[in-house]
Design a protein around this ligand. Sequence first.
Ligand SMILES: Cc1cc2nc3c(=O)[nH]c(=O)nc-3n(C[C@H](O)[C@H](O)[C@H](O)COP(=O)(O)OP(=O)(O)OC[C@H]3O[C@@H](n4cnc5c(N)ncnc54)[C@H](O)[C@@H]3O)c2cc1C
Length: 453
Amino acid sequence: MPVEIHTDAVIIGAGISGLIAARNLVQAERDVIVLEASHRVGGRLFSKHLPDGTAFDLGGQWLGPEMWRVTNLVRDLGLETFTQVEMGRMDLSAQPLTEMDKLTQAEWAWFTAKLSWLVDQVVVERPSDTPDAAALDVMSVEEWKRTNLESEYLMHLFDQVVRTEYTIEPKDFSMLFLLYSIRSAGGFEDLIDLEGGNHTLRLKQGMQMLCTKLADQLGDRVRLNCQAYELEHSATGVRVIAEDAIIHAKRVIIAIPPNQAQRIDFDPVLPRRRMKLMQRLEMGSVIKCFAIYDRPFWRDKPLTAIDPDLLIFDHAMDASSSGDAHPALVAFIGGDDAVFWSDRPFETRRRAVLENLAMIYGDEALYPRDYFDHDWMTEAFIGGGYQCYAPPGVMTNGFEELRLPIGLIHFAGTETAVWYYGYVEGAMEAGERAALEVIKALEKDDGKLERVR
Ligand SMILES: Cc1cc2nc3c(=O)[nH]c(=O)nc-3n(C[C@H](O)[C@H](O)[C@H](O)COP(=O)(O)OP(=O)(O)OC[C@H]3O[C@@H](n4cnc5c(N)ncnc54)[C@H](O)[C@@H]3O)c2cc1C
């Protein structure tokens, strides 16, 4: 028999967003229950620990100095950051640009200036209010690229930057979504810059530790292996039917990606527009690959410039643990390549990644001490990474409504953030916002009860 629990608020999803919402509700002296479908907390924050305890982040890994919510959380939880080593970055946007002819350099400068100008026009809170929103939204990133670039080389370079940052193909998503997500994350420079950008700092204990520590503080309010699959809601309360538990609550916060939220059986069904929106937002595709070595040999020599078409990944860089205890390289396979390599046996993929690393960093890369990767498409309750993206036509069809409550149902998760959409910082913003909505609503309900008495 499933247990029946009565509480103020039930939160679906124990990623960073759901856990932050729970923490804030508890701080406001509200009862909460957090339901997590997986056997672990953290969601897209997932760290692998080597036998000596060293953590490598299979999911979210970097922080930027502007991300004040995460920075404060790191401090509050007594965790430590360290600075990302820049050496070994093969990203073509940084590397052979200086070797290009003057004409190509000028074309890239013009292209990025135009992109940055468009980014600055975006109304982050309501992207559909951006000048020319409708035209930008129906255009794919691919189409915009082809209209604005002539050089084949620069088209490849742009594809590579896009796949690295978004894990999707330029043909598959809306230009307005690209502009919005760049603006939401601080601008084009912050996106690709290692010094002062969004990829500057790492967490010594691994990013999942943020969630582990928050869950420890919440204790038995967090229920693992507890997938929520049905949600009944009315004007007076909600009832969530989950694995081995039925939760009766005054409010519910759904803190899971939209592609997962649309799998819940809502009774009554949510407005068709919202369901359609959640169905149309698709997760990116990514496999994150680590190779651990005895020494950081790639720092000794200049990188070899490689035709990106020869590589199965778009991006590789130094991923050594704090203090270089475990020198390491990380590579990201994204977009259609990730889908292709997801279907290949682990050993074939391992060999292909190492051979590619050897093309860039030399033959020593063929012989790591350890190799592991994580295919995010195999995560049953997430379905990919880093985030959901909007195909053409969705941004001007209700995208910003994703964060609006429906009756007693509230929405969190990084995909409902205004700033840092798709990042940990955005997930925290969304968790805080949803918790505040619930706290205010419960206070209002308490006030009504007082008046009746
Ligand atoms: C490979 C990769 C690299 C990344 N790199 C970075 C980075 O460097 N910096 C950065 O800031 N961000 C990065 N991100 C993004 C970042 O990890 C996410 O934005 C953030 O962790 C999302 O948190 P969330 O709580 O919104 O969602 P999630 O972490 O997805 O949490 C949702 C949780 O809900 C659970 N769930 C789903 N359905 C149900 C259900 N029906 N019932 C109960 N539970 C359910 C899931 O199991 C999951 O635990 C990366 C992500 C990936 C995958």
